[in-house]
Ligand binder design. Structure first.
Ligand SMILES: Cc1cc2nc3c(=O)[nH]c(=O)nc-3n(C[C@H](O)[C@H](O)[C@H](O)COP(=O)(O)OP(=O)(O)OC[C@H]3O[C@@H](n4cnc5c(N)ncnc54)[C@H](O)[C@@H]3O)c2cc1C
Length: 392
């Protein structure tokens, strides 16, 4: 980007004063990592449609995977520290944050919560270090917003399980050493750890994405895939188990998108002070431009406050899934609006990948859809305040 000053955060209401030393340390470590390791290469990765593989082990070394989990080598961060980490990673790119979210919230969390001791010993230390990669297979071609309808089956054959079905839109699918696959068994939905190379299990990448281009998205096929009895997560039973993982990941998204919004806003704010039109005056001198910046910083600050409050609630064990729905829905909406308005303020330059805005804007379209669409979270809020479910 042309002459952008060093990023120093966006903090209109001095929210930094609400963070303790440890929280600031985590944020600054993640910010330095993004400046040094993500931003210099992300434009090329996005252009080429490839994930920056060199980050995988680096993020492991820094303790980013499963960072808010305890034991098995995990960093044991508070949920606010973890949120700040997600914020900084997504300031780099939603694909980098997604990699980390999937690994921690959607693979390590369920193994820790629902897995056997053998599962935990086998996978958690390796996943934590980035020596192994995981993916989470819930969505199917026919069942996205309504995973309850899933048609992937698990039937018993002696002591073994036989899985059949297809999963799609799976982040890190082809990279994964282990896939957590959700399937319908005779006793309800169960989770299975499927290792790369298992006969009857294959994965392939989805091409042609105009969003999340620096992230791997795949389809998984299970064709008479035979697994030992020990592949099933013993503690996971029913749809509430995968949904509990999604709540963890959505919490991280609520913070992450604040990072994308900060990057877009700051780029547009700075641009408005240097771009000159009409009598050689900066476009920032026009009231219409100032109104946009005023609206953006207000919505960004509200999103920061919501994330921080939800983080404090989560650390007190008081954050409920319906709270997380408000966080995800509001903050993704705010971030998308900020990205679109920032794009507008850069005029033609706004469509160029020399600036990060269009990339963030395209990524945020995915973030609006995955982990529960905006509509679905609207219905969660509606049900919470009325007591009436309106999903069907
Ligand atoms: C890049 C990317 C990565 C992903 N990674 C993963 C992953 O790692 N693992 C995984 O399992 N999945 C993943 N997903 C899938 C994602 O979770 C689904 O796309 C999402 O749940 C929506 O499902 P769908 O795309 O089938 O849309 P649909 O469910 O078909 O929805 C289409 C539209 O209809 C609306 N709609 C549906 N039902 C209702 C209703 N009852 N009321 C109102 N509106 C409704 C939706 O809000 C949406 O606007 C990923 C998706 C993307 C794009």
């Amino acid at each position: 980007m042309r002459n952008m000053p060093t990023f120093r955060g966006v903090d209109y209401l001095h929210l930094e004063s609400l963070l303790n030393e440890q929280e600031l340390l985590v944020r600054n470590t993640a910010r330095d990592f993004v400046e040094k390791d993500v931003l210099p290469q992300i434009r090329e990765c996005y252009r080429d449609g490839r994930f920056p593989h060199d980050l995988i082990r680096k993020m492991g070394d820094l303790g980013f995977y499963g960072a808010n989990l305890e034991g098995y080598g995990c960093a044991g961060m508070s949920n606010v520290e973890y949120g700040l980490l997600m914020q900084e990673l997504e300031r780099g790119d939603s694909g980098v944050r997604s990699f980390c979210s999937v690994q921690g919230a959607l693979v390590m969390y369920p193994i820790l919560t629902y897995g056997s001791e053998e599962h935990k010993q086998r996978w958690l230390p390796a996943l934590q270090k980035g020596e192994a990669i995981g993916c989470f297979g819930l969505t199917e071609p026919g069942f996205g917003s309504n995973p309850a309808g899933m048609t992937t089956t698990a039937r018993q054959d002696g002591a073994d399980w036989i899985l059949n079905g297809e999963k799609t839109w799976i982040t890190n699918g082809t990279l994964a050493d282990v896939a957590l696959v959700w399937a319908r068994s005779p006793e309800g939905i169960r989770g299975f750890l499927v290792e790369k190379g298992t006969k009857g299990y294959s994965s392939s990448d989805i091409h042609g994405k105009m969003s999340m281009r620096a992230s791997v998205t795949s389809s998984l096929v299970l064709s008479d895939c035979r697994l030992p009895a020990s592949a099933m997560l013993p503690g996971a039973q029913g749809l509430k188990s995968p949904l509990s993982c999604l709540t963890q990941a959505r919490y991280g998204i609520g913070w992450g998108v604040v990072g994308a919004a900060m990057e877009c806003y700051e780029t547009a704010r700075h641009y408005s002070t240097v771009r000159k039109q009409f009598d050689n005056r900066p476009i920032a001198s026009h009231q219409l431009v100032q109104e946009k910046l005023a609206d953006m910083i207000t919505e960004l600050t509200k999103a920061q406050l919501l994330a921080l409050h939800c983080g404090r609630l989560k650390d007190q064990g008081k954050l409920e899934p319906a709270h997380v729905s408000m966080l995800k829905r509001n903050n993704v909406r705010a971030a998308l609006d900020i990205a679109r308005t920032s794009r507008d303020l850069l005029g033609a330059n706004g469509i160029m990948d020399e600036y990060p805005i269009m990339r963030h804007m395209c990524n945020l379209e995915t973030v609006k859809t995955y982990e529960g669409t905006d509509h679905i979270h609207t219905l969660v809020l509606g049900e919470r305040v009325t007591g009436v479910a309106a999903y069907k």
